[in-house]
Design a protein around this ligand. Structure first.
Ligand code: FES
Ligand SMILES: [Fe+2]
Length: 459
């Protein structure tokens, strides 16, 4: 590791950084061809005024988000492997909006407003999946072909005033990228490709369409949807919330990037102690703290804990998953690399931390939200993704540690994150202060998210 100590610069707001090796220093020191996308830095100072708590507590504010933002933005509805076969359907709901996503031909997907054109009945239950030959309303049996065209009206003699061509299902825009199916309720929205900005370029390194959902958890959280996802937008909280990570994880030296209005990112390293960790650690100590000791892993002269641990995972996961992981750098193998796509999609392209998050309001409740946590694993060459599993549903009080197949260390971390939320929801309501005060660098992603939200609300 080079001994460069980044000077602390306080001259401009947002210019100061944690002293010591930066995320970029640590990754470049791996000297193993990490994609430039990871070490690219893109920070900008976005202001330092407080963010009003009313943005989290006010029903009027919440309602305007529903009216003006959720109705206008691209949002992740499902993965392709949720609807692999012709006739497969997936219902995606946000507040009052409900959309049926349908694979109507082998490589063609449409989405429809989930409301019957006869008397408004939901065509499919909320949050349901199915495999259909036609879309038939359960109330009186009007039916539509999978492409949304009207198929049949029972007792058609009573509806001479319906013109078949005018009575197709109301279509909702669909976009597809990286194995994700997005919808947008706004017919005039910009194309998804533009909206995704740097994602399409950066993720050429990480083709998420060649991954599949190995585990999906849907957890109810006792916090406003924005507060819930803010808990995952910064690594500043690791010191107090996840102290067990300090010997092996970066936090205060994490890198934060803003790529335009819709995309932000953090990168924090694994296998290098936090700047807060003051006890000296040999590379073997670090490896042992990562669990390498129990596996009998040894750091040879000239090696780093990062190198040994990533090498071990590369070899074993390649075997377990039946895929060749040799092209992935240490950073891609083990670091926590998290992209956020407004309003609510989080993507981790790494191999050992391969998560996808989605946050949504929980129905009409300002104070609770739905958190989808998915783990994506690489697919073997030539194989199709297996059908996506149904989510394991966890109520407000239920722990991630109860989920079969969940890594227990990660489960504890998610419990620590989500246990903060009830106290924060109560705390902001008790506050004599009108809003939250953010760090200029480490919490810039929160501010960017609110600024983008404001663009919708003021449009
Ligand atoms: S409401 Fe759908 S068929 Fe009557
Ligand atoms: Fe956390």
């Amino acid at each position: 590791m080079s001994e460069t100590i980044a000077p602390e610069r306080n001259d401009q707001p947002g210019a100061a950084r944690c002293p010591g090796p930066s995320t970029k220093d640590i990754i470049l020191d791996d000297k193993d061809g990490t994609p430039a996308a990871i070490t690219t830095e893109s920070y900008e100072f976005l202001g330092d005024s407080d963010l009003p708590y009313s943005r989290y507590t006010s029903k009027t504010f919440f309602d305007s988000e529903i009216d003006k933002m959720w109705s206008k933005t691209w949002q992740f509805a499902c993965r392709e492997e949720h609807i692999p076969d012709v006739g497969d359907t997936y219902v995606y709901d946000v507040n009052r909006y409900s959309v049926v996503v349908v694979r109507h031909a082998p490589d063609q997907i449409k989405a429809f407003v989930n409301s019957c054109k006869h008397r408004g009945m939901q065509l499919r239950p909320s949050a349901s999946r199915g495999c259909l030959k036609q879309i038939r309303c359960p109330f009186h049996g009007f039916s539509w072909n999978l492409d949304g065209s009207l198929k049949e009206i029972p007792c058609q003699w009573d509806f001479p005033h319906i013109k078949k061509d005018d009575f197709g299902l109301d279509e909702v825009r669909v976009g597809r990228w990286g194995g994700f199916v997005f919808i947008n309720l706004d017919d005039d929205a910009e194309p998804l490709e533009n909206y995704l900005g740097v994602l399409t370029d950066h993720f050429q390194n990480w083709p998420l369409e060649r991954r599949y959902i190995a585990l999906h958890i849907e957890k109810l959280l006792p916090a406003n949807w924005k507060m819930a996802q803010e808990a995952f937008l910064e690594a500043y909280h690791v010191l107090a919330t996840h102290p067990q990570g300090l010997p092996t994880a970066g936090d205060a030296n994490a890198q934060y990037d803003v790529f335009g209005e819709n995309i932000t990112r953090f990168v924090h390293t694994i296998g290098f102690p936090s700047p807060h960790w003051k006890r000296p650690m040999s590379e073997q100590d670090i490896l042992d703290a990562m669990g390498g000791g129990e596996l009998g892993l040894k750091v040879a002269d000239g090696q780093t804990a990062r190198e040994v641990y990533a090498g071990h995972l590369r070899k074993n996961l390649s075997k377990d998953l039946g895929v060749d992981l040799s092209r992935y750098s240490i950073s891609e193998m083990i670091d926590s690399i998290e992209y956020f796509c407004f309003p609510n999609l989080f993507l981790f392209p790494g191999i050992s931390l391969p998560m996808v998050y989605r946050f949504r309001p929980n129905g009409d409740d300002v104070d609770s939200s739905i958190f989808d946590l998915m783990f994506l694993r690489p697919l073997q060459d030539g194989k199709d993704a297996p059908h996506a599993p149904d989510p394991v549903r966890l109520d407000f009080e239920e722990s991630f540690t109860t989920v079969e197949g969940m890594d227990q260390g990660l489960a504890v971390i998610y419990d620590q994150d989500t246990q903060n939320l009830l106290m924060q929801t109560r705390g902001i309501k008790a506050s004599r202060k009108s809003g939250q005060t953010l760090g200029n660098y480490q919490e810039v992603r929160l501010r960017r998210m609110h600024m983008t939200l404001d663009n919708y609300l003021s449009a």
